[in-house]
Design a protein around this ligand. Sequence first.
Ligand code: PNS
Length: 163
Amino acid sequence: MKKAVCPGSFCPVTNGHVDIFRRAAELFDEVIVLVMTNPDKHYDFSTEERCNMIMGAVADDPRIRVDVWNGLLAEYVQKNGINAIIKGLRSATDFDYEFQMALANKSLAPKAETVFMTARPENMYISSSLVRQIASFGGDVSDFVPKEAVETIERVLKNKTDI
Ligand code: PNS
């Protein structure tokens, strides 16, 4: 069984992320969306909120499931027999950052391949930070995130402008 992981903070999940999950599910038997925490970052959404938003968005697809991991990605892929680490790329800036991580992960977990998937053009400008900024000023984020995530994003970020 070919398994892939889509790791990230997903704070919050966007339409761009969901598009990558669904396209990855066409290539692999099982796709695990792995909600991780980068200790260098502050998160506006709890791990539970981040997971619930993703689960709501992919509930119709049995090939995709959500998991949480707070350790090294390489350790997770080795423990779970995962063949591929999927990363979405929107720009050369994304690539610079992701290339470094891919090399480190290759060294730590040699059996897993990092697979880069390009964002659809219509999702290239969407990011979690853009969504957080719009929502914190009371803007409408429904064009950028799955409909199942809108209520949580608006409730958590309303009037929160210190992002
Ligand atoms: O959505 P993000 O914040 O860009 O996701 C980055 C993330 C969480 C995928 C990355 O920081 C990561 O893999 N963290 C886990 C710890 C780890 O394995 N670090 C070494 C990667 S080379």
